[in-house]
Unconditional design. Structure first.
Length: 209
């Protein structure tokens, strides 16, 4: 796939590294072009200006803070029919709560800002460190990546993308279910940092055999 990653922080860097290793063509967009260039050189991707980055892409991954996501996506221009993957968690500055929830979600608000795109919520429950190290935790345990969207076509693209980098795709229903996934992402942050469990963890569901 041709993939654009908007953002060059820890999550963007980890995704770029794994996606390049999986054989995808990855372009990096950042509000600081020097950061985009440095990351692209590090992982074997390419840096791209926002205005032209999305013209021939299959998937756009927004890996900015939630507050910057809508503006960063609009800077890409026409996203009509594009699959846009929102990996953000709308956390408060002290990481103890969410800035939106209950009746909406970050993903739904982002979808409103790019109404012609097909938005998928995904990767928000996975730490950057887990993405960087890979999804195989051993003993048959593969880290799940939950995804939610109202678009069957976009879901299929993201399912394929998740599998390609060695994680387990889990369909979490329509985009409105991001209202559940985002608090789960916040809980994961609490366990990782507040409860001292570290960042080599990930939430999953188990079923009785």
């Amino acid at each position: 796939m041709n993939i654009v990653i908007v953002g060059s922080g820890n999550m963007g860097s980890a995704l770029a590294s794994q996606l390049v290793k999986a054989g995808h063509k990855v372009s990096i967009v950042s509000k600081d072009p020097a950061h985009a260039t440095a990351l692209a050189e590090k992982v074997g991707a390419q840096a791209a200006p926002a205005a032209s980055a999305a013209s021939n892409t299959d998937v756009v991954i927004v890996a900015t803070p939630y507050a910057e996501a809508a503006g960063a996506l609009r800077a890409l221009g026409d996203l009509r029919g594009k699959t846009v993957v929102d990996i953000t968690n709308p956390l408060t500055a002290d990481y103890t709560g969410l800035t939106v929830g209950h009746t909406t979600s970050a993903a739904e608000e982002i979808a409103k800002s790019v109404p012609a795109a097909e938005v998928v919520k995904a990767f928000n429950t996975v730490f950057a460190q887990v993405l960087q190290q890979g999804g195989d935790f051993g003993h048959g345990n593969v880290v799940p990546v939950f995804y939610a969207s109202d678009s069957a076509r976009a879901k299929q693209a993201v399912d394929t993308l998740i599998k390609s980098i060695g994680f387990l795709p889990v369909d979490a229903g329509p985009l409105r279910n991001a209202r559940y996934l985002e608090p789960l992402g916040g809980l994961n942050v609490y366990f990782g940092y507040g409860a001292g469990k570290g960042t080599s963890i990930a939430p999953t569901w188990i079923a009785r055999a």
